[in-house]
Structures are given as structure tokens and as C-alpha cells.
Design a binder for this molecule. Structure first.
Ligand code: NAG
Ligand code: NAG
Length: 213
């Protein structure tokens, strides 16, 4: 089914069954999107920011993929009101701050940006109870963003600046029976941390993190 092919956006981009593909089209702004857009792809363009109104009212939007642009800012309230958003792909941009995200998120990829730990709000991921995949490799994070939701299956923090973790980063020092069984993959390689120094930080995990021992 072709959607709203009369919108100018669908002349520049390809609109197909809820998906709008604007990859490699040299766009500098998010174009006006059909109301029933479920997936937006704007990879490898010249986007520099995402504004409050860009996705407003797109109540069926599930995925935004703007990998490989020059995005340095996303307005704080540009995404949090999207009721069905599950995937946000903003890898390879210039973000210094992550905006607030809706609780429906399953996968966030903000790898290879310019995030340091002050660019991620305190407890930013705590209430994202569906979050399974968190990719933050290639930034300048000084610590693991805490707390991590129980739903998390994988956290990629390779090539950051994490220097320490403790017994409560992944586990619970007050409850030796606690098991975090979902968290199958932790990447801490490429950080200035010696993981041998905290042997009891991994007791609740199915596998020890990748990194230097
Ligand atoms: C974190 O990044 C921001 C934005 O780039 C910068 O202003 C700030 O100085 C950085 N903080 C640290 C501790 O490096
Ligand atoms: C890491 O720490 C352990 C225990 O303190 C030490 O034996 C090991 O040599 C250290 N490894 C590196 C690469 O510094």
C-alpha cells in the first residue's frame, strides 16, 4: 500500500506501507511525515538537529533511524511523547546530550557520538522497563549509567572512559541471591579499567563482562 503519495516528502523519499525511506537524500531537516508513519529512515544525510515538532503527533511511529548524520542536539521533548516508539538509532552523530525517551523503548543506539556522563541524565534508563539493547560505544562516558533496568539484555560501552565499577553496578551487594539473568552481554573493552579488581561485581551475571583483566 502506498501512503499519502501526494505529500512532497513522498516524492523525495520512498513511502511504503508505513515506512518512509529518506536515506542518502541530502536532507538537512526532518521532512513532514505522513500521520501513519511507523518507521522513519533518514540515514546518511545532513541533519543537524531534531526539533520538538519534527515527530509531533506521529502516534504510530515505532522506529527512528538517523544514523550517520551531524546531529548535535535533540530537543528535550522531541521524542518523549511518542506512544509507540521502540527503536531509536542515532549512531555516528555529534550528540552531547540524550533527550528524555518514552518508556516503550526496546533498543537505543547512540554509539559514536560525543556523550560524556553529564550528557545522560541521572537514572535516565531506570524506568525503561522494556529496554533490551543499549549501545553507547565510542563516547566519553566516565561511568556505567545506573540503574540499569532488569529487562536489559545487552549493554555496549566499549571505547569509553569508564574507570571503575563496584559490586552494585550490575549486582546487589545486599542480596547475594540476586540474579540478573537477562543481561547476557556487557562490553567494557577499550576502557581504562582493570576488571580483575572487582571480582564480586559479576556474581549475579550469566557471563563476566568483556574487557581487560
Ligand atoms: C561534557 O560535555 C559537555 C558538552 O560537550 C562539555 O561542555 C563538558 O565540559 C563535558 N564535561 C566533562 C567533564 O568533560
Ligand atoms: C589488574 O589487576 C590485577 C589484580 O589487582 C593484577 O594482577 C593485574 O596485573 C592487573 N592487570 C593490568 C593489565 O593492570
Amino acid at each position: 500500500m502506498l501512503l499519502n503519495s501526494c505529500l512532497p516528502t513522498c516524492l523525495l523519499c520512498t513511502c511504503l506501507s508505513g515506512s518512509v525511506y529518506c536515506d542518502d537524500t541530502d536532507i538537512k531537516n526532518i521532512p513532514a511525515l505522513p500521520k501513519d508513519t511507523t518507521h522513519f529512515y533518514g540515514r546518511f544525510n545532513k541533519l543537524t538537529n531534531i526539533k520538538k515538532g519534527d515527530f509531533a503527533g506521529l502516534n504510530h511511529l515505532k522506529r527512528i533511524d538517523v544514523t550517520g548524520n551531524r546531529i548535535s542536539s535533540i530537543d528535550e521533548d522531541a521524542l518523549r511523547q511518542l506512544p509507540e516508539l521502540v527503536d531509536l538509532m542515532v549512531a555516528s552523530n555529534e550528540l552531547v546530550q540524550l533527550p528524555e525517551l518514552p518508556k516503550t523503548m526496546v533498543s537505543i543506539d547512540a554509539s559514536y557520538n560525543k556523550l560524556n556522563s553529564s550528557g545522560i541524565k541521572t537514572e535516565a534508563f531506570k524506568d525503561l522497563n522494556n529496554l533490551e539493547y543499549l549501545y553507547l560505544a565510542g563516547n566519553s562516558l566516565n561511568y556505567v549509567p545506573l540503574p540499569l533496568p532488569e529487562s536489559l539484555r545487552s549493554i555496549n560501552l566499549q571505547n569509553n572512559n569508564v574507570q571503575q565499577i563496584n559490586d552494585d553496578t550490575f549486582c546487589n551487594s545486599k542480596d547475594i541471591h540476586y540474579v540478573r539473568k537477562a543481561l547476557e552481554l556487557i562490553r567494557l573493552d577499550g576502557n581504562p579499567i582493570n576488571l580483575s579488581k572487582t571480582p564480586s561485581a559479576y556474581i549475579c551475571l550469566p557471563h563476566v563482562p568483556y574487557g581487560n583483566y
